[in-house]
Design a protein around this ligand. Structure first.
Ligand code: ADP
Length: 485
């Protein structure tokens, strides 16, 4: 049983127009703890009709919310931020129960998400227009920025709280009401955010959470309803493409944060201990289930053996277990299906000549557990060179030259995060500019925070979350041509 200081955070109904609602059908679905297989709660299973209701409520709430002064919006958002911080321990417990990650990582995620609410509540005050030189003296050109309108989101299970916060915070700050559909594996964190939104005084209809088992049905309503002006998605590239195509019919603005295939490059001149430390956090955070996790680790031949040895020792020292237990560093994967998928990639690599130097694999801890694994001698014929592993498996690739490293790193349709370790200033500039990625970690294994622009290029997505650029995704530019002067 989940023991919470504030039990009202555990919600089983959806939050629409300031009210907690069951499904029209009366149906429910179970949320399962991946570490134990236990049912945490049975949740109202909503569909298209209730989604429509939420969208209509958001549309109704839009004029008052966009016309509130930025100071008013900022004040309410700040209250929401404070409440999330005050309830962070309970929110972390809920997150670990439904998602599996270690409690300390869950707490980090809750505070990380909250930071976006704080940041955008402040940043909303800094939306600037423009006055542009006119082509003739009888005119003036003025540019203003306004909220895009009703925004809907679909988010994945790997960051059940922060992925919503990262989208909702700039939307609300800009004046856009919001309808969130969390992943059906992890709706509880989203509903808890709804409970705190209500307590913070976010007006009815401005923030809504629709939980349901059929993502397709809810997604179809969100992407086809003409009242929705903006659709924002984090998830796989395949589903993102499909949703983008659905949005084309009504030309919605879209932001997409899709798959990654992050290279993590260690050059001969790197600080190897720092690179090992960076690789551990970058690879095994959330048991390897993040879109910015190191997917391919490229190590230059002069330091390959040293890096492999130290990285293997650090990997073997990681403690795997139930995320709710003290000291756990690697939790379960989200499902037994995920374990099977990871194993298929490992089998393919082993068949093609890779060698397991940290022999992890499926674990006796439970059907969702997969122990950290390192594969040496990986190459570009293996599936894991092209595909996102989404599990605690680290393939090591040996390379000779800087040019080869950049070529291999860019040999993918993805372009989200990339990382490299070097102490040479010339190389740092050359490689940073050569990597076709939205983000580059230089001597850093973690790059994301609310003050920086998170996002990808190529098939990793469109738009940026966080930073001063993050508001642009939720603002329209309007040009006022003032004549007769
Ligand atoms: P992941 O592998 O991270 O689960 P997905 O892209 O499959 O990535 O899922 C991300 C989110 O998209 C989840 O909330 C999921 O429920 C939702 N989703 C999956 N398929 C569809 C679909 N056809 N339409 C709308 N949402 C979908």
């Amino acid at each position: 049983m989940l023991e919470l200081k504030n039990p009202s955070l555990l919600r089983k109904q959806s939050y629409i127009d300031g009210q907690w609602l069951d499904a029209d059908s009366g149906k429910t679905f179970d949320v399962i703890n991946p570490a134990t297989g236990e049912v945490i709660a049975s949740i109202a299973d909503l569909g298209a009709a209730e989604t429509r209701k939420a969208i209509e409520a958001a549309d109704k709430a839009w004029p008052a919310w966009r016309n509130a002064t930025v100071k008013e919006r900022a004040k309410i958002m700040r209250r929401w931020f404070d409440l999330i911080v005050a309830n962070a321990d309970d929110l972390a417990k809920i997150l670990t129960a439904e998602q599996g990650k270690p409690l300390s990582e869950s707490k980090t995620e809750i505070l990380y998400g909250a930071n976006y609410i704080e940041w955008f509540s402040e940043e909303a005050k800094r939306v600037y227009g423009d006055v542009i030189a006119p082509p003739s003296n009888d005119k003036r050109i003025v540019v203003i920025k306004q909220s895009v309108g009703v925004t809907c989101s679909i988010t994945p299970w790997n960051f059940p709280s922060a992925m919503i916060a990262r989208k909702m915070a700039p939307a609300l700050a800009a004046g856009c009401p919001f309808v969130a559909k969390p992943a059906s594996e992890t709706p509880l964190s989203a509903l808890a955010l709804g409970a705190l939104a209500e307590e913070a005084g976010i007006p009815a209809g401005v923030f809504n959470v629709v939980a349901g088992k059929s993502a397709r049905e809810i997604g179809e309503e969100m992407t086809s309803n003409p009242l929705v002006r903006k659709f924002t998605f984090t998830g796989s590239t395949a589903v993102g493409k499909q949703l983008q195509a659905q949005c084309a019919e009504t030309i919605k603005k879209t932001s997409l944060e899709l798959g990654g295939n992050a290279p993590f490059i260690v050059f001969d001149d790197a600080d190897i201990d720092a690179a090992v430390k960076g690789a551990i956090i970058c690879k095994y955070r959330n048991a390897g289930q993040t879109c910015v996790c190191a997917n391919r680790i490229f190590v230059q031949e002069g330091v390959y053996d040293e890096f492999a040895k130290k990285f293997t020792a650090a990997t073997n020292a990681l403690k795997m277990g139930n995320g709710a237990e003290e000291g756990t560093e690697v939790g379960p994967l989200i499902s037994s299906k995920a374990v099977k998928g990871v194993q298929e990639l490992v089998d393919d690599a082993l068949k093609k000549g890779a060698k397991a130097i940290a022999e992890g694999g499926p674990s006796s801890l439970g059907e969702c557990f997969y122990a950290p694994t390192i594969l040496s001698g990986a190459d570009d014929t293996m599936r894991l060179f092209k595909e996102e592993i989404f599990g605690p498996v680290a393939p090591l690739f040996k390379f000779s030259t800087e040019e080869e490293a950049i070529r291999l790193a860019n040999d993918t349709e993805f372009g989200l995060a990339s990382y490299f370790y070097s102490r040479d200033i010339g190389r740092i500039w050359r490689v940073s500019e050569g990597l076709e990625y939205g983000m580059v970690g230089i001597n850093e294994g973690i790059v994301s925070n609310e003050m920086a622009p998170f996002g990808g290029v190529k098939q990793s997505g469109i738009g940026r979350e966080g930073s001063k650029y993050g508001l642009d995704d939720y603002l329209e530019i309007k040009y006022l041509c003032m004549g007769g002067i």
